[in-house]
Structure formats: structure tokens, C-alpha cells
Design a protein around this ligand. Structure first.
Ligand code: GLU
Length: 533
């Protein structure tokens, strides 16, 4: 059975890089019908942060990443509920496992794979300085490697402090990384790592290996910054006589300038993005694509957690660093808002009429066809109210004509979902005609000069005047007939009309504009444009 683990040190917040590791571990386990555990690596007592564990657990829960083993809230939805541990191979919090490490390190010493080192801080510093001056990589010089037993006992009796070091074997240490392929290190270049500190607490290396072994972890998936530690870990597995797990080292996260992602260049805590209002779906989607994609192009980039569970594969994780691009997060957020909004609309449409026909003529643009116009009306009204709510209802006070406001909102639905903040400016032209120059009514590339513009405006007005049933469908039919009657290209009629109705370079299309403005206002605005010319 495949088993992965996420093993953060509780620093006070969940780093986006940590979230990516957790996500990939979760996805890999899911994809392979395996298990996923959370382990807390809190042996560095100097770095203890109160509340960090709780914060980590709550953030993972909010994001929706669940695990089979490890510490969690008794009631995950209640932030006041106590922390309990689930799983058969706990405890999952390293500070509760100190006895296990002591026992294991003793075994290493008995077998000659580890030794006590009594060197003082001063001596080690001096040694390091000497090596640096000689342009050598700083490394422990093994002064204490072969201390006679009697000397060791004397020192202990005298109360001298010691650490326990790993005796790194000579020779090459090789392993196959699932992402990076064959990797090898020369044992001679690896420092005799401290395994147990003088305070009796293990270092990361010892605790990590012992726990991964006893917790039956089959796949260690972690950030590339841990790659240099891996030969030390492999040497430890060998010293213990254990089989080592598979390793997969994930590419670094980089700033746009390719420097290592740092707090100085922006937020790195997941909770900052939660506070800013990003959707959990968008955060997951964004993080999943930091160093991985399914290789099927842009269209397929929107993935829910469930979809990722099916699509993910560790072989497709990239080797090179992944750029942390916040514009991409905004893009995912907007796409997800749309996806969730469309899902809600679909649900409502089906509630109103189980036989509604929903088509998607263009990506993400759905058309809902109801057999009864009353249902259609009800649906569109609900839809408008939803949009109004996203805009915080503040708009209603500004614009008294609420039916017109509702229709206006429908024409800028995309923009509202993207960013409702400046929506007032986006729809203002419906209520207050904009100042513009008559050149706006022309379009050289489309073949619309002032003369053509006048003909188009007048003919459009003529035909629209005759129209009594004013809706999107009839408006489109009428104006397309005008195009045929005049024998012009679509744009030659529609551009000047669109410009006349909006007074803007960019706006919704002409049928929507006329529909929102209503017959009187539409005709009035066309008249104004003709007079302008
Ligand atoms: N405690 C380490 C961290 O904070 C875990 C590294 C590993 O997964 O081995 O990232």
C-alpha cells in the first residue's frame, strides 16, 4: 500500500510551497489508492510558535486537503474543538516521540554508525574558520570519532555536553529520484551530521528517517531544498538496515526574476490569500500547476480537486523551477468564479424547469432555453439578483430604474465576476449618455466613413422604429434584415449603431445595448448621433 506524508515544521503559517507539497502528496496517494499522513516536525524547540499547529490544521481543512492519519480537530468544522490524533502508528507529533529517537540512536551507536562528539562550540567555530581560510568546504574533522571508551566515560562523568553524530560512510551514495532521475553524491563530501542534540532532542535528519520508517511511508515527496539531505537519509537507512522509501523532489518556487520565492517579494502564507478572498478552488488549481500540468493545453487548465485526483501523475512534475505568478492566480480565481456561478445557474434553471435546454455555443457561454417564457423571466430575474448581490446591492441606490439596471448587469456579467469593484463605471453609460466625437461612429478598417455611418444610423433607426416586440431575438432579426437590405457587411451597420448607443470605444454588443436602453432611448441616441455628423 502506497503511503505519503506531509511533514511540516509548524512555523506559524502554511507556506504556499508547503501547500503544494501537501497537495502533491495527497494527490499521489489518492491516485494510487494509498494513504496520506500529516506529521508535525517540531523538534526544534527554539522555533516553537504557539498556535502554529492549530493554524496549520485549520488551513489544510479550509483548503479541503484531508488526510488519513495525523493530528486534527475532533470536530474539523469547529475551531475551538480539541486536537486529537488518528492512525495506528502515532504519535504523529515528533516532540511526543523523543523516547523512540533515543532508542534508535543508541542502536546506531552500538553498531558503530554514530558517535558522541564533545567538541565545544568554540572549537567547531575555529575549525570552520580554518577550513574556510584554506578554501575547504566546512566539515566536521572527526576529532571525536575514535575516542577511547574510558575517555568518553570520564567526559560524561564530568558532565561534559555532547551531541551524537552520524558516521557517514565513504563511497558513493546513489538513488533514483522519481522526478530528477539518477542522483549521486560522494560520501567524502558529506558532513558527519548531528543526529541528537545536547538537549536530547533529535535533529530533523534522525527524526525524519526514523518516522518515515516506522510510519511505513513508501514515497517521500518534498521540496528540492531537501535534495542535499537525501544522501544523509539514505546513509541512515543503510545504517539501520532498513529499505529506504522512494523519493520525489519538487521544483523550487521562484519569483518572476527567478530568485527563490521569498516573503520580501509578496505574500507566501496561504492564509494571506484566504484573507484576500481568493476561492479555495482557485488556490488549489493555481498551486497544482506550480511545477506540473497534465500536458493537454490551456483549455484543460481548470481542475477541481476531484479532477486533479484523476489527472495527477508524478512523472509529469517538472524539473525546473516554477514561477510564482500572481496574475495567474487572479486568472484562476476569475475562471473559478465563472465556473461556480454557471454551476449555480444550471442548478436553478433545472429547478425552475427540469426540461430546460442548456447549450454552450461558445466556451463558458451558456444559453438556457425554456419552453415557457414565464420560466425564462423568472430565471433571468434570479440571475440578475445574484449579480446585484455580488455588486453588494450598492447599485440600486444610484439607479432608480431597476429593470434597466437588472438588464444592464446581465450585459456585464463577465466583468462583474472578474471584479465587481468598478462596475458602476462600466454601466454608467446606460444611464448617462457619454460625450464622444463623431469620429467614433466611423471605422476605417470596416469601411465606415461618415457618409456610410449616416446611412447606417438612419436605416437602422427606420427599421427599429417599426419594431414593437423589443427583445434580444427580435432586435437581432431586425438589424440583420437591415444589413441585407443595405447590402453592407455586418460591421458597417453595427459599428456606428453600437458607437451611437454606448458612446464608447468598447462596450457590449449592439443588440444587448438596444435591449437594455429600450426603444425610446435607443432611437433618441441614434438621432443624436445623426445630428452630430
Ligand atoms: N520538516 C521538513 C519541512 O519543514 C520536512 C521535509 C521533508 O519532507 O522531509 O519541510
Amino acid at each position: 500500500m502506497i503511503k505519503t506524508r506531509f511533514a511540516p515544521s509548524p512555523t506559524g503559517y502554511l507556506h504556499v510551497g508547503g501547500l503544494r507539497t501537501a497537495l502533491y502528496c495527497y494527490l499521489f496517494a489518492k491516485k494510487n489508492n494509498g494513504k496520506f499522513a500529516l506529521r508535525i516536525e517540531d523538534t526544534d524547540q527554539e522555533r516553537f510558535v504557539p498556535g502554529a499547529l492549530e493554524n496549520l490544521i485549520d488551513t489544510l481543512h479550509w483548503i479541503g486537503i484531508t488526510y488519513d492519519e495525523g493530528p486534527g480537530r475532533k470536530d474539523p468544522n469547529n475551531k475551538d474543538s480539541e486536537i486529537i490524533e488518528e492512525g495506528d502508528v502515532g504519535p504523529y507529533i515528533q516532540s511526543k516521540r523523543t523516547e523512540i529517537y533515543k532508542e534508535q540512536v543508541q542502536k546506531l551507536m552500538d553498531d558503530g554508525h554514530a558517535y558522541r562528539c564533545f567538541c565545544t562550540r568554540e572549537r567547531l567555530e575555529e575549525m570552520r574558520e580554518r577550513q574556510t581560510a584554506q578554501k575547504l568546504a566546512p566539515m566536521y574533522d572527526r576529532k571525536c570519532l575514535d575516542l577511547p571508551q574510558s575517555e568518553i566515560e570520564e567526559k560524561i562523568k564530568a558532565g561534559e555536553k555532547f551531541v551524537i553524530r552520524q558516521k557517514i560512510p565513504y563511497g558513493t551514495i546513489k538513488f533514483k529520484d522519481l522526478i530528477r532521475g539518477n542522483v549521486q553524491f560522494d560520501g567524502k563530501t558529506i558532513d558527519d551530521q548531528v543526529l541528537m542534540k545536547s538537549d536530547g532532542f533529535p535533529t530533523y535528519h534522525l527524526a525524519n528517517v526514523v518516522d518515515d520508517h516506522f510510519m511505513e511511508i513508501t514515497h517521500v515527496i518534498r521540496g528540492e531544498e531537501w535534495l542535499p539531505s537525501t544522501p544523509k537519509h539514505i546513509a541512515l537507512y543503510q545504517a539501520f538496515g532498513w529499505q529506504h522509501p522512494e523519493f520525489a523532489h519538487l521544483p523550487l518556487l521562484l519569483n518572476a526574476d527567478r530568485s527563490k520565492l521569498s516573503k520580501r517579494q509578496g505574500d507566501v502564507a496561504v492564509e494571506d490569500y484566504i484573507k484576500k478572498g481568493y476561492l479555495r478552488e482557485a488556490i488549489i488549481n493555481f498551486v497544482a500547476f506550480l511545477g506540473w500540468n497534465p500536458g493537454s493545453g490551456e483549455e484543460a487548465e481548470i481542475f477541481s480537486l476531484e479532477e486533479l485526483e484523476k489527472a495527477f501523475s508524478i512523472e509529469k512534475v517538472h524539473k525546473s523551477g516554477a514561477i510564482f505568478n500572481l496574475e495567474k492566480l487572479d486568472w484562476f480565481n476569475w475562471r473559478w468564479k465563472k465556473r461556480l456561478f454557471n454551476a449555480e445557474l444550471e442548478k436553478e434553471a433545472k429547478e425552475i424547469d427540469p426540461n430546460v435546454v442548456i447549450t454552450e455555443p461558445r466556451k463558458d457561454q451558456f444559453i438556457y432555453t425554456f419552453s415557457d417564457p414565464k420560466n425564462e423571466e423568472k430565471f433571468q430575474k434570479n440571475r440578475c439578483e445574484k449579480l446585484l448581490k455580488i455588486c453588494n446591492n450598492s447599485l440600486t441606490k444610484e439607479y432608480i430604474d431597476s429593470e434597466k439596471l437588472m438588464k444592464a448587469l446581465l450585459t456585464v456579467e463577465e466583468k462583474i465576476l472578474r471584479d465587481p469593484k468598478d462596475i458602476k463605471e462600466q454601466i454608467n453609460f446606460y444611464f448617462t449618455p457619454q460625450e464622444y466625437n463623431k469620429e467614433l461612429l466611423t471605422h476605417v478598417k470596416m469601411g465606415v466613413d461618415l457618409n456610410q455611418a449616416t446611412i447606417s444610423l438612419k436605416s437602422g433607426k427606420e427599421d427599429l422604429e417599426k419594431l414593437s416586440d423589443w427583445n434580444l431575438k427580435t432586435l437581432q432579426e431586425t438589424l440583420m434584415q437591415t444589413v441585407t437590405r443595405l447590402g453592407v457587411k455586418n460591421g458597417q451597420l453595427l459599428w456606428p449603431l453600437r458607437a451611437a448607443l454606448s458612446g464608447l470605444e468598447f462596450s457590449p454588443g449592439v443588440f444587448e445595448l438596444a435591449w437594455v436602453l429600450g426603444k425610446d432611448e435607443t432611437l433618441k441616441r441614434i438621432e443624436t448621433a445623426v445630428n452630430k455628423i
